[in-house]
Design a protein around this ligand. Structure first.
Ligand code: TXA
Ligand code: MG
Length: 305
């Protein structure tokens, strides 16, 4: 299907992707159509293995080689100088390309079998919460894609961390690989790029990853929160005795931040499906994966940005 220009949704360890042959501009154009995605938004190219990097990027940067060896396959996207052969529609005409090797065995098998790198955004309509199960994809994009490969729920549950090495190293999007791990590997502190008007990464758009239901981040622990008027949902990080809520989702019943990350988008989606007036979200400490979780919650909470 991919070789014929089709669109295949596939599992990765982060979120489900909507893939097309990166060297087929018509197929890639269909991704933008299906996602209703603004065309300024470049796509991540997915490889089966780091050895294929030369196909799409100029990989003479020793930092890229080192990070690829250390963190691929895994939830890290590197922004590197692109190869001119890559169609412009993939990179939105930028002279850089975002590239990663996903860790899910089904993703790597699919890319290897297709024999071509796959351009793939998260398999959700633009701006909405990313899918972490095949059922989410079917629900959101069902009839418009040619195939949805079911590889079970995503283990990481947050999109990849995007690190640009095009200039001074900068994190364009916090994600499934903690910033601390990258700083340790590179031996330098890494700034996180601020939201921009015309973003390098829409993950940088202030309002993104959003629920349809208004979402408000609490100042502290859920126990202290009052639900207030109407039908209100609570997104709690930890088991809670909070009262007065129409629905409560606990992200980490076992107290582990990895569990919270893996369950975040599915929990948001469940709350969003209940027709609530409001969702209150408990914050988590901003270390390790907590940085990306809070990033997504803030963007979901930003109204009319
Ligand atoms: O975990 C992930 O990264 C998932 C899975 C499917 O791999 N993909 C994903 O793709 O989140 P998407 O399209 O939803 O988000 C990719 C982000 C976008 O914000 C895009 O702007 C940014 O990567 N990006 C891609 N290429 C870029 C480039 N050359 N320079 C700057 N940002 C880039
Ligand atoms: Mg996305």
């Amino acid at each position: 299907m991919l070789q014929r220009g089709g669109l295949v949704a596939f599992p990765t360890e982060t979120v489900y992707g909507l893939g097309a042959d990166a060297f087929n501009p018509r197929a890639v154009a269909r991704i933008f159509e299906v996602k209703a995605r603004p065309s300024f938004d470049p796509l991540i190219v997915h490889l089966a293995e780091a050895a294929s990097l030369d196909w799409v990027a100029v990989s003479d940067d020793p930092r890229a080689v080192e990070l690829a060896a250390r963190f691929w396959p895994g939830p890290l996207t590197l922004v590197l100088k692109r190869r001119p052969e890559l169609p412009d529609i993939v990179t939105s005409g930028l002279d850089t390309v975002g590239v990663r090797v996903p860790a899910h065995p089904a993703a790597r098998a699919l890319i290897a079998a297709a024999g071509t790198p796959l351009a793939a955004p998260s398999a959700n309509p633009f701006g909405y919460v990313s899918p972490t199960t095949a059922a989410h994809v079917a629900e959101l994009l069902g009839a418009t894609v040619d195939l949805v490969l079911d590889g079970g729920p995503c283990q990481v549950g947050l999109e990849s961390t995007i690190l640009s090495l095009a200039g001074d190293p900068v994190i364009l999007r916090p994600g499934g690989l903690p910033r601390e791990a990258l700083e340790e590997a590179l031996g330098v502190p890494l700034p996180v790029a601020a939201a921009a008007e015309r973003p390098l990464a829409p993950g940088q758009l202030e309002r993104h990853y959003a629920t349809r239901t208004p979402l408000v981040i609490l100042a502290g622990r859920a126990e202290r929160a009052t639900a207030g008027e109407g039908r209100v949902g609570l997104l709690a990080q930890l088991p809670t005795h909070a009262e007065g809520f129409t629905a409560i989702e606990v992200l980490a019943p076992d107290g582990a931040i990895e569990t919270a990350a893996a369950r975040l988008f599915a929990a948001l989606r469940r709350l969003d499906g209940l027709g609530l007036d409001r969702i209150l979200a408990e914050p988590c400490p901003e270390t390790g994966l907590g940085h990306a979780i809070m990033d997504r919650l803030r963007r979901a909470a930003a109204r009319d940005a």
